[in-house]
Design a protein around this ligand. Structure first.
Ligand SMILES: C=C1C[C@]23C[C@@]1(O)CC[C@H]2[C@@]12CCC[C@@](C)(C(=O)O1)[C@H]2[C@@H]3C(=O)O
Ligand SMILES: O=C(O)CCC(=O)C(=O)O
Ligand SMILES: [Fe+2]
Length: 377
């Protein structure tokens, strides 16, 4: 069994023929293979409503100013009720956000044959290609991606033989800043549940998550000739503790609210979207539910996003925190490492959480985060 996240997909290779599907500029009509049937079944009313009145619903993903004295309480509330929020005044330099966006833009603007020099192998974790979860959907997604786990040096050398150094430095700086922000947000959110550093030794002696691996995922959503029938990134949760998404100034990211309606996360200048992943869901015994989200596309503006998928150290067994358990709060999940859970996700996708579930919630009701019934098409 794999012990590092970089090796996990050796047991779960995905064969997605990227070369046939990644020349979006040549597609002036939506091929049938990209046409997602409009779902009218629970829980997604439709994925196409990103321009419709449903979006102006009074409910919007919380926007939290991290410099406010009550930021921790706001984060706790947002995690509990949405599994997501948008943060401003987070301390990550805007210039760094612009630089990483520009690196992603430069990468995706390369000719298709050049990008394929850095293609992710079927059993690999890093590199260029269609997002791994593509294999779970009957239709193609209108997007391309580049995943970085560990050093991007080898791939960047292939992409930019003369310029790789600059892009490597940006990715390294991004990793440092995002890791530090993730640590801060973890402690603020968990502090609201009464959790302290003593309860989570695996976060490291200073609680700084220094040994936590992370994936930096660049996503590109080219302009689409028929956006109402297409999908950028299908509904999914991330396996992470937290994921931080930088979506620049183009809307497209949507979060499922109360299992029934998709709410667009409106871009805010310099804002970052924070989402609970499945492992934080497990750690908090479901108190902070992982956010089901998707990305839609549009006709006039290409969209870029950068997701920082932050997990626990490879050796850490994540299970519901003891302090959150009691006679009426039994542990809902068994211990699992990130590597093992990534394997579950690779095999069972949105049902992965139920594969590590120990018992039904005490109320007998369905877990709010049971996404096993999400239907596409
Ligand atoms: C460590 C990882 C998390 C991730 C799979 C990956 O191996 C690298 C990319 C990550 C990402 C980003 C897009 C959505 C997602 C579900 C996917 O297919 O690739 C996540 C994965 C995840 O959270 O498990
Ligand atoms: O493009 C976005 O806004 C979302 C990206 C995302 O969900 C991911 O990379 O996991
Ligand atoms: Fe995601």
């Amino acid at each position: 069994m794999a012990t590092t996240i970089a090796d996990v997909f050796k047991s779960f290779p995905v064969h997605i023929p990227a070369h046939k599907n990644l020349d979006f500029d040549s597609l002036h009509e939506l091929p049938d293979s990209y046409a997602w049937i409009q779902p009218d079944s629970f829980p997604s009313p439709t994925h196409k409503h990103h321009n419709s009145i449903l979006d102006s619903d009074s409910d919007s993903v919380p926007l939290i100013d991290l410099s406010l004295p009550n930021a921790a309480a706001l984060i706790g509330n947002a995690f509990r009720s949405w599994g997501a929020f948008q943060v401003i005044n987070h301390g990550v330099p805007i210039s760094l956000l612009q630089s990483i966006e520009s690196s992603a833009d430069t990468l995706f603007s390369l000719p298709p044959s050049h990008k394929l020099k850095a293609a992710r192998t079927p059993d690999g974790i890093s590199g260029y290609g269609l997002v791994r979860i593509s294999s779970f959907f009957p239709k193609r997604m209108w997007s391309e991606g580049f995943t970085i786990v560990g050093s991007p040096l080898d791939h960047f050398r292939q992409l930019w033989p003369h310029d790789y150094h600059k892009h490597c430095e940006i990715v390294e700086e991004y990793d440092r800043e995002m890791r530090s922000l993730c640590g801060r947000l973890m402690w603020l959110g968990l502090g609201e549940l009464g959790i302290t550093r003593d309860d989570m030794k695996w976060a490291g002696p200073d609680g700084d998550f220094k040994t936590s691996p992370a994936a930096t995922q660049f996503n590109s959503y080219p302009v689409c000739p028929d956006p109402d029938r297409a999908m950028g990134l299908g509904p999914h949760t991330d396996t992470s503790l937290l994921t931080i998404v930088y979506q620049s100034n183009t809307r497209g990211l949507q979060v499922l609210r109360e299992g029934k309606r998709w709410v667009t996360v409106e871009p805010v200048a310099g804002g970052l979207v924070v989402q609970v992943g499945d492992l934080l869901h497990i750690l908090t015994n479901g108190l902070y539910p992982s956010a089901l989200h998707q990305a839609v596309v549009n006709r006039t503006r290409k969209r870029l996003s950068v997701a920082y998928v932050f997990g626990p150290p490879e050796s850490a067994e994540i299970s519901p925190l003891k302090k959150l358990l009691g006679p009426t709060q039994p542990p809902l999940y068994r211990p699992v490492t990130w590597t093992e859970y990534l394997g579950k996700k690779a095999e069972h996708f949105n049902n992965a959480l139920s594969t590590v579930r120990l018992c039904a919630p005490i109320t007998g009701l369905l877990d709010v985060n049971d996404h096993s019934r999400v239907k596409v098409g």
